[in-house]
Design a protein around this ligand. Structure first.
Ligand code: 8YV
Length: 326
């Protein structure tokens, strides 16, 4: 008998078909919004789960499903998993690093540039029929080339953004991270390590690419925004909750900073109403990794992990590999 697994969200049918070769699959092709109670119920008897960032794997779910052996996230971030609780119960957790690095770095750059050059504001202006003539100061933004790019969180995606800025746009790159890069990596990214305070004070364009955790909750709040240049932009492609969205809305409304590009929100898909009212923020619905090729690669990597974990193979991207050693 094939092991039973749950695919908790709708994904590429060909990936579900791949899983069916190995497993008895219960899936969610209509992408119904299951409550946590529904999810716990659907997991009964399942040894594996294919999840996305909105599917919460917590203590209550693990306790109600002691047969669960592996949870595979189709995301590089995994703040939806209680990893210590999984590890304590011998549940393997996996994610999808690397395959989305370049696509997500591209998007970070796009969003930063859209905010700095007022792209969506300009389009709305044009569509409203407000464009009657050229003016010397119409929708003037700030330069990318030659500006100082600040990066908070310097993992793979942060490094991808640094390289684009330094090599493609001649930017001066500064970064802050829990740990400093090696000299070789700093040279490759042409990036200089600075304190968080220096980063906030010096960046013309600050991009957030750090993982969400209790420590990074509201890493950018009123106090941090107050330290930024009034001409600066802020881009968040990391996770909702890293920025205090109410404080950001206030800082944008009062022009404490000039513009923002935000792809992730506290409590998404809800968006702080203060942000929705502003014209100096570009808002996108958590799409930094959303190219067909990358989403397919992410889905296949999550499937690779699930298949390997339950068929005696070596999962390619474990988050808590200590579980495998047991
Ligand atoms: C996903 C992401 O689209 O990988 C991540 O961490 O935030 C995005 O690429 C999202 O989490 C869906 O799983």
């Amino acid at each position: 008998m094939k092991p039973k697994v749950l695919v908790a969200r709708a994904v590429f049918p060909e990936v579900v078909e791949r899983l069916r070769q190995f497993f008895e699959v219960d899936d969610n092709p209509q992408d119904l919004a299951w409550s946590q109670a529904d999810l716990i119920q659907r997991l009964q008897g399942k040894v594996g789960a294919f999840t996305t960032g909105s599917v919460r794997i917590d203590v209550a779910l693990l306790t109600a499903n002691p047969q669960l052996r592996v949870v595979c996230n189709m995301a590089v971030g995994y703040n939806n998993f209680d990893v210590p609780a999984c590890t304590a119960r011998g549940v393997l957790c996996t994610n999808t690093p690397d395959v989305l690095t370049e696509t997500t770095a591209d998007f970070g750059f796009v969003l930063m540039m859209a905010a700095a050059r007022r792209i969506t504001e300009g389009e709305h202006y044009l569509r409203r029929g407000d464009w009657k003539k050229w003016s010397y100061n119409q929708l003037t933004g700030s330069d990318i080339h030659g500006a100082t790019l600040g990066i908070l969180g310097m993992g793979r995606i942060g490094q991808g953004i640094a390289k684009r800025g330094a090599h493609g746009f001649g930017m001066k790159v500064i970064y802050h991270n829990r740990s400093r890069l090696t000299d070789d990596k700093e040279a490759e990214c042409r990036a200089a390590y600075v304190s968080k305070k220096e980063l906030l004070q010096q960046a013309d364009h600050l991009v957030l690419v750090l993982p969400y955790s209790a420590e990074s909750h509201h890493a950018i709040g009123a106090a941090e925004l107050a330290q930024m240049k009034p001409t600066a932009t802020l881009t968040n492609i990391a996770r909702g909750g890293i920025v205090d969205d109410a404080a950001l809305a206030h800082a944008l409304a009062t022009r404490q900073i000039s513009a923002a590009g935000i792809d992730v929100f506290e409590g998404e898909p809800s968006v702080h109403p203060g942000l929705l009212k502003l014209s100096n923020v570009v808002l996108t619905p958590h799409i930094a990794s959303a190219t067909i090729a990358t989403r397919l690669a992410m889905a296949n990597l999550a499937a690779d992990n699930l298949i390997a974990a339950l068929t005696g193979g070596v999962p390619p991207s474990p988050i808590n590999p200590e579980v495998l050693a047991r």
